[in-house]
Ligand binder design. Structure first.
Ligand code: Q9C
Ligand code: ZN
Length: 655
């Protein structure tokens, strides 16, 4: 490796690292400063951390400069430039609110225009200095962020696409001699705007690694899938690594680097690298739900410093936990300043889903990057970490669009380290006991009865009773806590409903990989699904939900009286607190002796995904299918042969 700026004759040469920060970028805010994750304190927190660590003195610090319209025009329409330019001065607050409401996740105030120009201008300025060799590298601490901004619309807290503007500037200044640019977008969200702007351009290799959840994570849709590889001459120069779940951390990202990004970068040989450096995949971020540590970011950055003689420009994108972003940026800037050794030792492996994604990306891209064609060694990819149930913080955070874990039952792996399990279970019990008194909702909901209708493994009564009484039924890998009110269901009843039963992909903690049962929320007279109904209180129903969907905070119910009253008319009630999981749709199935019948399933949008093949259908594992059969037989609904045929049909017939 040759890093000319690194060491000469044993003398450590100072690296020239640029920093841009300007308090004027704090003027962009929500109208009336309503709470919002993308707020001015983000860049203040980063700056203050760098100051207190003595880092700013070791860097070359610049104030922001406004970008010129001609540079913006290379990637945005005139229409868009006009919108952003005039939004602050030529509009009243209510006009601004109306304008913002037309876009996805956008706010404007009187400071927005200036901040947008300063953010883009800052990134451009240090990019030019790095390209000219006046700086070795730089970090632009800017807001608003940029990577969601499209040619003709602001989006996802982004007004101008700062990194895209700087990139096209480099390409257009021929005398800089920059012909190949690598953009690495490690923000937890897909860089949809940047992707589109260089879609057909082979001079720009766009690499984005993001939480995707089969298209259900922000920004929802197919744009972030690994099948999006560019077009025309740009085909192969767009690489997406779409995580299937949250919780990804250092080991997952390093695996994506080692087995995708780094080999491709070695072939591509970029002249310069821009990083869309969001820190919302950082551990502790309220939106991302991932777990990169500051040291993890430093490792990712160090691996990139081997290219383009270390010419790297980092531009802040997302990142919403002030402590996490401050520490992560600090780790990065320290590394830009000096090439200190970094320990790449992990006590965890990537998830199974991580290897699945990496293999799929390599296979898809190997046409354009032959180095990716080699099969990854089995002994590498067979070592996987279990996805461990995690508890989201406060579920009433309206911006919490990602930190909730998948429902426990839908999680990837079978084995949970005992130590961890013990810890979380204890926490939970303590929570429940001490919080019980303050859980005012319990007494009210204990007076209301509902039928909880089961079409899956809870058709087996002994299994369902574990959720009420606590305990461990046959086949369960771990015990249930039970409900706070452990009284038995008042009645058990079987019924068939005109809805389709099917099995979607994913896997369960209890049964391992394989299909999980869903009920199509849309009714269809041609279909018949057996349901076992348990008459329990609404309080108990919430405790069942709490056990199926891990959550630490039990001070409010998932499904309250208001939800129960509206479901009769709405038919479906989507549970906000669970909206990240697969089972967040509470479906109303009519009444039995005047008591409402409700069940939990996926949403209609998920069903569309299954229908189009976007989310694969997947047969249930044998043990799980056997339990369903046992439930149907013991409930005297079907003979064993009939039950087997029934499950068989549900897992094979097209939706
Ligand atoms: N329920 C960046 O990180 N979330 N943007 C909207 C709606 C928008 C993130 C949630 C997240 C935008 C730069
Ligand atoms: Zn983001």
């Amino acid at each position: 490796m040759d890093l000319p700026h690194d060491q000469t004759n044993g003398i450590q040469q100072r690296r020239r690292v640029g920093l841009v920060y300007d308090e004027r970028m704090c003027r962009h805010s929500t109208p009336d400063n309503e709470p919002h994750p993308e707020n001015p304190n983000r860049i203040r927190a980063i700056w203050n951390r760098l100051v207190s660590a003595g880092i700013t003195q070791r860097c070359e610090v610049f104030r922001a400069k406004e970008v010129e319209d001609k540079y913006i025009a290379a990637v945005h329409t005139n229409n868009h430039i006009n919108l952003i330019k005039t939004i602050s001065s030529k509009k009243t607050p209510s006009q601004r609110n109306r304008a913002a409401a037309k876009y996805n996740s956008i706010f404007f105030n009187e400071g927005s225009s200036e901040s947008a120009y300063l953010a883009a201008g800052s990134v451009l300025e240090v990019t030019e200095k790095v390209a000219k060799g006046e700086l070795n590298s730089a970090f632009a601490i800017v807001r608003p962020p940029g990577h969601h901004a499209e040619e003709n619309e602001p989006m996802g807290f982004c007004l101008y696409n700062n990194v895209a503007i700087a990139t096209s500037f480099l390409l257009n200044q021929k005398e800089l001699g920059i012909n190949k640019i690598l953009i690495v977008d490690w923000d937890v969200h897909h860089g949809n705007g940047t992707q589109k702007m260089f879609w057909k351009d082979p001079r720009v290799l766009f690499f984005s690694v993001h939480r995707h959840e089969h298209g259900y994570f922000y920004p929802a849709g197919d744009d972030g899938s690994h099948f999006m590889m560019g077009e025309g001459p740009g085909l192969g120069y767009n690489i997406n690594v779409p995580w299937e779940n949250g919780q990804c951390g250092d080991a997952d990202y390093v695996a994506a680097w080692d087995h995708i990004l780094i080999p491709v970068a070695k072939e591509f040989k970029p002249d310069i690298i821009l990083i869309s450096a969001g820190f919302d995949a950082a551990i502790g971020d309220p939106l991302g739900g991932c777990r990169i540590t500051p040291n993890g970011y430093a490792i990712l950055l160090k691996k990139l410093m081997e290219f383009s003689s270390g010419k790297i420009i980092m531009a802040l994108e997302g990142g919403y936990n002030l402590t996490s972003i401050a520490n992560s940026v600090l780790a990065c800037v320290e590394l830009l300043l000096e090439d200190k050794p970094i320990t790449e030792s992990f006590d965890v492996y990537p998830f199974g889903s991580t290897w699945r994604v990496i293999k799929a990306v390599r296979e898809e891209l190997s046409t354009y990057w032959p180095i990716l064609a080699d099969k990854l060694p089995e002994n590498l990819t067979s070592r996987v970490a279990p996805l461990v149930p995690t508890y989201s913080s406060e579920s009433d955070d309206e911006y919490d669009d990602g930190s909730n874990a998948l429902p426990e039952d839908l999680q990837e792996d079978v084995t949970i380290p005992l130590s961890k399990l013990k810890l979380t279970e204890d926490t939970h019990d303590a929570d429940q006991v001490t919080a019980a008194a303050s859980q005012a909702w319990r007494s009210e909901l204990s007076k209301i009865d509902v039928w909880y209708a089961s079409f899956g493994s809870n058709m087996s009564e002994s299994r369902f009773l574990c959720y009420i009484e606590g305990g461990q039924a046959e086949g369960m890998k771990r015990p249930c806590r039970g409900a706070v009110d452990k009284s038995q269901p008042k009645e058990v009843l079987w019924k068939t409903v005109p809805h389709r039963l099917f099995f979607g992909r994913e896997s369960t903690v209890t049964w391992g990989p394989g299909g999980v049962a869903f009920l199509n929320p849309e009714s269809n007279d041609q279909e018949k699904t057996f349901m076992c109904l348990y008459k329990i209180t609404l309080e108990q129903f919430n405790d069942v939900l709490l056990q199926e969907n891990t959550r630490a905070d039990t001070s409010s119910p998932f499904f309250d009286l208001k939800a129960l009253n509206s479901i009769e008319y709405e038919k479906n009630v989507s549970l906000e607190a669970l909206k990240d999981g697969w089972y967040h749709n509470v479906l109303y199935l009519g009444k039995e002796s005047d008591v409402p019948v409700i069940t939990m399933t996926c949403t209609r949008a998920h069903v569309e995904g299954f229908k189009s093949g976007k989310i694969p259908i997947c047969a249930p594992p044998k043990e799980y299918a056997d339990t369903l059969v046992r439930g149907l037989v013991q409930g005297k609904q079907l003979s064993e042969d009939e039950a087997i045929a029934y499950i068989q049909e549900a897992s094979t017939k097209p939706l």
